[in-house]
Design a protein. Sequence first.
Length: 167
Amino acid sequence: MNIYLIGFMGCGKTTLGKKMAKKMNKFFFDMDAEIEKSAQLSIADIFSQYGESYFRELENKLLASIQSQNYIVSTGGGAPCFFNNLDMMNASGLTIFINLPAKTLLNRLENEKDKRPLIQNIPPDKLLFEIEDRLNKRLPFYQKAQIIFNPLQQTEEVLLDEIKKRI
Ligand code: S3P
């Protein structure tokens, strides 16, 4: 059974996923990194050369291909919001939404915009608005996760205990 980490860009899916994989002795699977490896292009180049909808198809196919694995999966921030991705994840594993407010995401994303095509060209003074707007549209998807983890109020130990109760 996979454990899927979902949430907005910059919420820490990869960092937390790597830690969890070590602690739980599972394989860490980073969807963006796998897509980059098989396309032999960066995510930013896939977007600019082939467009977002092509990227979303790659994402959907990759997700479908790992349904019967036993991985800790770091998903791309938009993955739960396209096709049947969220239903697939909820049906085949445990989904965890890493819930952070837009201002915290802004602090984390300010210096990391370049590899993220959706915010790459947003001027600094408009970035908070863009994050809030996109986050609000995505929250209805993220909130369908089976566990909602609030890193500003909960420890990772509490999250791990919660996971153990469910698997
Ligand atoms: C995206 C998030 C990115 C990556 C792509 C699109 C999104 O992943 O999949 O740039 O739609 O939010 P991270 O959440 O790891 O930044």
